[in-house]
Design a protein around this ligand. Sequence first.
Ligand SMILES: [Ca+2]
Ligand SMILES: [Ca+2]
Ligand SMILES: [Ca+2]
Length: 146
Amino acid sequence: MNSLHSALALALSVAVASPMAAQTRSPGEFFLGQWDADGNDRVTFPEARERRLAMFDMFDQSGDGLLDPQELAGIDDYRQSMREAGFGGHGPAANVSPSRMLRRFDADRDGNLSASEFEATLKPWFSRMDRNGDGEITAEDFGPRR
Ligand SMILES: [Ca+2]
Ligand SMILES: [Ca+2]
Ligand SMILES: [Ca+2]
């Protein structure tokens, strides 16, 4: 049992346990539940960074400190399973395929994403999620665009 599979199992068990709840919750609640480490209803940049680096470890199955295309595809599968479970595309790299991630973020062009290359994906993602630009992701950043 590796950590990726336990994450998948967790995602699926959550989906089975509460298929309706995911639909009726307020926008962003699931996201905040996942990313808000200290539970103050706001996801700060350091919180997002910490979780993203934990994700890196989770998906680095070979433990060599690099995400190869196959491991990146694991992220894609994970995201897909979350989407099928009704949780939308708020994963680590919503709507970015492994090859696109590599094209965009593989700074040294070795065909793998290192932790620092992976971390570089955080900033554009965070600012996209932080719609009102106050530097934190809160419930206000979800829901209909104004
Ligand atoms: Ca927080
Ligand atoms: Ca690289
Ligand atoms: Ca915000």
